[in-house]
Ligand binder design. Structure first.
Ligand code: SF4
Ligand code: SF4
Length: 403
């Protein structure tokens, strides 16, 4: 079997799990005429108090354009980061559909810096969305999403600019619902995502939320999903495929996966089923770069339940990830006297090793003020890591990879 993602055959993809390969930078795989459209079978769930019924797999503007018609036919109707499309690049299939039959999300970033150093600026966010609506010719965005979110509960209390920009745009009919993609911020003295989301649920008009969530994650994330369900707030999981991409390229892992007890499953498909079995979770964002991968994801999302082979595949992945793959839980970060954004650094490593997006990983890593070289090897972080990662050693390794 080829281990070059650009040269994987369809059979290779089936063997290693298309979802796993996902991530493996295979956007260049050719589209074949023989490919059949996926049947319209993706389950839909209510996206909290937005009231939108969205397909369980969230589409994204960075998907290959050839994939979009297939996705639409399979029931993908919610498009993440749609602000990246302008009138010329908006997928033709969407232009043929009634505007109310699909949902476009516009993500809005802080200005004058990245998500840790930038600031919230009502007027600039307002103007940004207004311009994007005009240039894309879409009439309005269904969801205005604050990208990366607040640094802390205090930040959310003191900075109403994002909400105000939304309210102005809503009044003009340019956006309909307010959502947030919330990260953890202990590395800059801030709060964990669920703490901030808990505050927002009762104090700000956010209808829907997005956050890191994967198998083996901290119980607080599951608790937030349950709270959100009770409060009718939408929930989308992101960074869901921890370790799946690198396992797909690991010959030793693939040898283990060949055991009959895993037959009919793959770590990627099992992860999709596991996520989908959580009835309180609205949907998931999963990097998707080819047809096989997409079909596998839709097939897994449409399946009724996890079978023993799925549980076995997830368990195999979980063991593989121990000591190797960061789950981005940020548990370690507060213990670091050097204030290193450990989970951010390991997120970039995941872009590189799981998604094969080296350029993006290197560019994000280069923008850090404190990178892996700031580690003094004190070991204070070690006891905190549920993944039993030798964090100091891994920081060195990641610096060699991305520095
Ligand atoms: S070993 Fe490095 S990363 Fe861990 S707490 Fe010490 S300085 Fe921070
Ligand atoms: S290194 Fe360990 S504790 Fe730190 S974010 Fe990753 S999984 Fe969590």
């Amino acid at each position: 079997m080829s281990h070059d993602p650009q040269n994987l055959s369809r059979r290779d993809l089936m063997r290693i799990g298309a979802t796993g390969v996902a991530a493996a930078s295979i956007a260049g795989l050719p589209v074949t005429a023989a490919e059949k459209a996926a049947p319209d079978k993706l389950p839909k769930r209510r996206y909290g108090r937005t009231g939108l019924e969205i397909g369980w797999l969230v589409g994204a503007s960075d998907w290959a354009k050839e994939l979009v018609p297939r996705a639409v036919s399979a029931g993908v109707n919610y498009w993440h980061k749609a602000q990246a499309w302008n009138a010329n690049t908006l997928p033709p299939i969407l232009k043929t559909l009634p505007r109310e039959s699909y949902y476009l999300e516009c993500v809005v970033d802080r200005v004058n810096g990245d998500h840790t150093r930038g600031r919230i600026d009502e007027e600039q966010h307002y103007q940004f969305v207004k311009t994007r609506v005009k240039e894309a010719g879409v009439g309005y965005y269904d969801v205005f999403k604050f990208h990366f979110g607040y640094h802390s509960v205090d930040d959310a209390k003191k900075n109403p600019g994002m909400v105000r920009a939304f309210e102005r745009l809503k009044k003009e009919g340019l956006v309909k619902h307010l959502a947030i993609s919330q990260h953890h911020y202990p590395s800059i003295g801030g709060d964990m995502a669920w703490e901030i989301l808990d505050y927002l649920a009762d104090n700000r008009p956010y209808d829907a939320t997005q956050f890191f969530y994967t198998y083996g994650d901290r119980k607080e994330v599951q608790e937030w999903i349950d709270v959100a369900k009770k409060k009718d707030i939408g929930t989308i999981a992101m960074k869901t495929m921890g370790g799946v991409g690198r396992a797909a390229h690991d010959a030793k892992f693939q040898k283990l996966l060949a055991d009959p007890k895993y037959q009919g499953s793959t770590p990627g498909a099992a992860m999709v089923k596991w996520l989908n079995s959580n009835q309180n979770l609205t949907a998931a964002v999963i990097a998707t770069k080819n047809f096989d991968q997409f079909h596998e994801n839709v097939g897994a999302a449409a399946s009724l339940a996890m079978g023993p082979q799925d549980h076995a595949a997830l368990s195999l992945l979980s063991g593989y990830n121990k000591g190797l793959t960061c789950l981005l839980c940020a548990q370690c970060v507060t213990s670091c006297p050097e204030h290193i954004g450990i989970s951010d650094i390991f997120r970039y490593e995941r872009y590189a090793r799981d998604y094969r997006e080296f350029e993006r990983a290197r560019s994000e890593y280069a923008a850090l003020t404190r990178n892996g070289t700031s580690c003094v090897g004190c070991g204070d972080c070690l006891p905190t890591c549920s993944q039993e990662i030798d964090i100091a050693a891994k920081l060195k390794d990641v610096h060699r990879l991305l520095g």
